[in-house]
Design a protein around this ligand. Structure first.
Ligand code: NAD
Ligand code: LMR
Length: 339
């Protein structure tokens, strides 16, 4: 019918507009750990991103199936799957952004640091390959413990002579996503309008949401703020317990990872005023790495933004997190240099 035809036409023009590639430069994104719980939905979300022209999906197993499946989605990017170490170089070559969700997730009762022994080695070997095959790529580190895996990556790159502090990011976007969701739910405001910086690191008390800087303003009691802070800090554990042994956040993490990678791509493409929180090399505190708002540009980090005014509660939280974050950073550096 006429009606049917016209609705199809408008749907396809919407799609064309949404997925237009003409104005965007070629950008290759590699996902390492692409067949995993995060990797699969993240691969799909990156396939939906019109800023991506080439999507390389790498894992030690399972990538041919994931890549073939995702490749049938009718969006801009060419998808290729790579499996096993001998194909890692090809997966990485020419990448503008490398996203790393490779490694084991937590089970109930574990801390993120309990993953160190396995994930530190995985991250080290993947970063050694990044230094060799795509030393200029922006690296989005998702593998836990982020507070240690980012310093490991930095040390590997330093040893290889490729380290550029502007190009290494610990992905803490999920903390921001959670803070926004929990705040909006409690304040009964539209979550789309909410902004909250989350600073520090990505584990327990090192996750410090700055609800005093939340917009829109809400009239919360001290108890409310404490409960929101605790829920944000324990958000990962909430999911680990609900999954009861089947892993940790994957879907919300894929969403958060896709937002952060999109921000990196926008920055590379010269879009102005792209700001996200991330765990980066930093001089805003005495620690060498710290999460805060970061402005993204054509070379990665354009500016690490300061913390802004803190409430007394947040000042206490900041003081309390420093020793743990310091030792997690040192643990990563030590690991990279001893092995
Ligand atoms: P998963 O076990 O479902 O998937 C991990 C994938 O990594 C698997 O497919 C595995 O084959 C792959 N892998 C293992 N060794 C590899 C290697 N050397 N090279 C390439 N791939 C390799 O786990 P998941 O749920 O996807 O979680 C992955 C990691 O992300 C965990 O460390 C988890 O703690 C972390 N995580 C971080 C955040 C965050 O906010 N930064 C959030 C959620 C999970
Ligand atoms: C999260 O915050 O969900 C991740 O870091 C995974 C975890 O172990 O909690």
């Amino acid at each position: 019918s006429v009606l049917r035809r016209s609705s199809t036409a408008s749907a396809s023009s919407l799609l064309r507009r949404g997925y237009s590639s003409e104005s965007h430069p070629e950008r290759k994104v590699a996902v390492l750990g692409a067949a995993g719980g995060i990797g699969q939905p993240l691969a799909l979300l990156m396939k939906l991103n019109p800023l991506v022209s080439n999507l390389a999906l790498y894992d030690i197993a399972g990538t041919p199936g994931v890549a073939t499946d995702v490749s049938h989605v009718n969006t801009r990017s060419e998808v290729a799957g790579y499996m096993g170490e001998e194909q890692l170089g090809q997966a990485l070559e020419g990448s503008d952004v490398v996203i790393i969700p490779a490694g084991v997730p937590r089970k109930p009762g574990m801390t993120r640091d309990d993953l160190f022994n396995i994930n530190a080695g995985i991250v080290k070997s993947l970063c050694t390959a990044i230094a060799k095959y795509c030393p200029n790529a922006l690296v989005n580190m998702i593998s836990n413990p982020v507070n240690s895996t980012v310093p490991i990556a930095a040390e590997v790159f330093k040893k290889a002579g490729t380290y550029d502090e502007k190009k290494l990011f610990g992905v803490t976007t999920l903390d921001v996503v959670r803070a926004k969701t929990f705040f909006a739910g409690k304040a009964k405001v539209s979550v789309a309008d909410v902004n909250i910086p989350v600073v520090g690191g990505h584990a327990g008390i090192t996750i410090l949401p700055l609800f005093s800087q939340a917009t829109p303003k809400a009239n919360f009691s001290d108890e409310d703020i404490q409960a929101l802070t605790k829920r944000t800090q324990d958000g990962g554990t909430e999911v680990v317990e609900a999954k009861a042994g089947k892993g940790s956040a994957t879907l919300s993490m894929a969403y958060a990872g896709a937002i952060f990678a999109d921000a990196c791509l926008k920055g590379l493409n010269g879009v102005p005023d792209v700001i996200e929180c991330s765990f980066v090399q930093s001089s805003i505190t005495e620690l060498s790495f710290f999460a805060s708002k970061v402005k993204l540009g054509k070379n990665g980090v354009e500016e690490v933004l300061g913390l802004g005014p803190l409430s007394d509660y947040e000042k206490q939280g900041l003081e309390a997190l420093m020793p743990e974050l310091k030792s997690s950073i040192e643990k990563g550096i030590e690991f990279a240099n001893k092995s």
